[in-house]
Design a protein around this ligand. Structure first.
Ligand code: IMP
Length: 201
């Protein structure tokens, strides 16, 4: 059976393929199905956004569809940028410019926050929607702290300021293999795998 992951990101496809390799399904991405209009992300939670994306993909293709939605939740900012992570500093510029501006803005907003209140977590929700109407959604966190000056060149987004709990390097100083083994997305895809197995049954 084929499962559609509602993404054009090859790294996400590889991650999900690895995690569900024992389920006997073929995971394909949006580049392999006819284009359909993708609704804007308007949900109040990562779970709502991931479900909306998976529902749209399922309705447009008739396939069992999986989608994820993720972002950074900063304790001292009451969980923001949250679902606004990708456009926290506005929506102008390409992805790299936005990432740099978003990171600079969060670090500026956190400038006066002392070490003991610099907790944050990357959060990821993953949803699966079956054409017969059954749905599953999970949300997982990767907790850590925000440092004051960015470090590291790997990853994207807020990675250069995020040090996962129990470590000393930022997620931008980890290799993609190291990050993918423990990240919020890996955790969410792993938590979704048994739900996916049930939907396939
Ligand atoms: P998306 O769900 O992949 O579209 O990510 C939404 C936004 O959350 C990104 O634009 C980043 O700002 C932030 N984000 C999500 N995951 C990560 C990550 O692993 N590292 C750094 N930033 C992330």
């Amino acid at each position: 059976m084929k499962v559609l992951l509602a993404t054009r990101n090859d790294a996400k496809l590889t991650e999900l393929r690895d995690i569900v390799s024992d389920l006997g399904v073929e995971v394909i991405g949006l580049d392999e199905v006819p284009e359909f209009p993708e609704a804007p992300e308007t949900g109040a939670t990562f779970a709502e956004n991931s479900l909306a994306k998976a529902r749209d993909a399922c309705a447009a293709t008739g396939m069992l569809a999986v989608a994820d939605d993720s972002g950074l939740a900063v304790d001292a900012l009451n969980g923001m940028p949250g679902v606004l992570s990708a456009r926290w500093s506005g929506s102008s510029g390409d992805r790299r410019e936005k990432d740099a501006k978003n990171l600079a803005l969060v670090l500026d907003q956190m400038a006066d926050v002392p070490e003991e209140r610099r907790g944050a977590a990357f959060v990821c929700a993953a949803a699966a929607v079956h054409p017969d109407g059954r749905e599953a959604v999970v949300t997982e966190r990767w907790p850590g702290t925000l440092i004051r000056s960015p470090r590291g060149l790997n990853g994207f987004g807020y990675d250069p300021a995020f040090v996962p709990d129990g470590g000393s390097v930022t997620s931008a100083e980890m290799s993609s293999e190291e990050k993918n083994a423990v990240s919020h997305r890996a955790r969410a895809f792993r938590a979704l795998a048994p739900e996916l197995r049930a939907l396939l049954g």
